[in-house]
Design a protein around this ligand. Structure first.
Ligand SMILES: NC(=O)c1ccc[n+]([C@@H]2O[C@H](COP(=O)([O-])OP(=O)(O)OC[C@H]3O[C@@H](n4cnc5c(N)ncnc54)[C@H](OP(=O)(O)O)[C@@H]3O)[C@@H](O)[C@H]2O)c1
Length: 341
């Protein structure tokens, strides 16, 4: 078992890390860390627990540490706020830890892999360009993960000329305490700071190709418009895509259904079917479908053809699981597996 630490362990993403790692076949939590306000307290006292399961026993009485690189572990999962994550993660990397980060601070750095294992696991080799003692691997913004998963099989089979996406993002995406209830109840807020930029840049890095030790970004145009909606968990995306080649709805659904890129790797957190196409007119819905495959699958529905090369569909991603902690843990599993080969 490899010992791991969770930075930001008391936050909404941190709690998902605790949940998934509490019974993991490769990883064992040896440290939970958070801000100076929480350091020194028992985890149960420091956390405002939000999940519909009890706090796992393995961390219940654990003392919360400061985020300083003196931990007894090999891997560090970071769920720190992006405005402070950068320098803290750098300290851990310098000290020799392998950091898997959810924060945006290093995602677009030239030598930092930005990975969704089903989509671009080959980009992991970028870490060989990092000259530090430790290494850092990042996962994308939560909405970007929900976008690139269904785009990947379309991109591979039919090419993509352009993508427009409108998101409807859950409140938990803003962390805790997040958006004030007076702002979000009975309301939709048509702006989420930095979110549109992240979707528009990260998706082109992820769907780019790894050539001569660097990422060649995908060339298609991506436009995003993001909304915060009064849903607890689960980001919905209305996606409009123009393909390079002419195709049809049946071919695209087939590409979703045959998408099983991690099938033979034996990664414990990987869903057998990462894309689930739901044929009903009223699917997907956050309340009904966000937890499919333990929250690790992206649900897709309402696929409509508008012309020989233009399609629209709706995708749903569980933002704190598939869109955050689950993806980082999958990156950790892939790293662990590949380094042992
Ligand atoms: N929520 C999502 O759906 C989602 C999805 C994808 C990515 N992300 C990213 O994941 C990260 C965490 O998001 P979240 O939603 O879990 O946020 P959150 O609920 O606000 O939690 C933040 C965590 O960071 C800790 N923290 C705050 N300031 C700190 C400091 N100065 N030093 C050390 N620790 C500090 C907090 O500890 P205390 O409890 O002690 O304050 C808490 O554990 C962010 O970078 C976010 O952008 C979030």
């Amino acid at each position: 078992m490899r010992k791991v630490a969770v930075l930001g362990a008391t936050g909404l993403v941190g709690q998902r890390f605790i949940q998934i790692l509490s019974n993991h076949p490769f990883f064992k939590i040896s440290v939970v860390a958070a801000s100076d306000n929480s350091a020194g307290k028992r985890y149960r006292q420091a956390v405002q627990w939000h999940l519909d399961m009890p706090i796992p026993e393995n961390v219940f009485e654990m003392e919360v540490q400061k985020c300083e690189p003196n931990f007894d572990c090999d891997y560090v999962f970071s769920a720190l706020p992006s405005d402070i994550a950068g320098p803290i993660e750098d300290e851990f990397v310098k000290a020799g830890y392998i950091v898997f980060s959810n924060a945006s601070s290093h995602r677009m750095d030239e030598n930092v892999p930005l990975i969704v294992p089903e989509v671009n696991l080959d980009h992991l080799d970028l870490i060989h360009n990092q000259t530090t003692k430790g290494k850092i691997v990042t996962n994308p913004n939560c909405s970007t993960i929900g976008l690139v998963m269904p785009l990947k099989p379309i991109f591979d089979r039919f090419g993509i000329r352009q993508v427009h996406v409108v998101t409807m993002q859950a409140i938990s995406g803003a962390g805790y305490p997040g958006v004030a209830s007076l702002d979000i109840l009975d309301n939709v807020i048509p702006y989420i700071k930095n979110e549109e930029e992240k979707i528009m840049t990260e998706s082109k890095k992820i769907l780019g190709s790894f050539e001569q030790n660097r990422i060649e970004f995908a060339e298609f145009d991506v436009q995003a418009q993001c909304n915060r909606v009064p849903v607890q968990d689960g980001h919905m995306l209305s996606v409009f895509v123009e393909t390079e080649q002419q195709t049809n709805v049946d071919n695209i659904i087939k590409s979703f259904e045959e998408f099983e890129p991690l099938r033979n790797l034996g990664l414990p957190t990987a869903p057998r079917k990462p894309l689930i196409y739901l044929p009903g007119e009223r699917s997907p819905q956050p309340k009904l479908h966000r937890n499919l495959a333990n929250g690790m699958a992206v649900s897709v529905g309402r696929l409509v053809q508008m012309s020989p090369t233009r399609f629209r569909f709706v995708a749903l991603v569980h933002n704190t699981i598939r869109g955050a902690a689950g993806c980082a843990i999958l990156n950790g599993e892939a790293y662990e597996l590949l380094r042992n080969r």
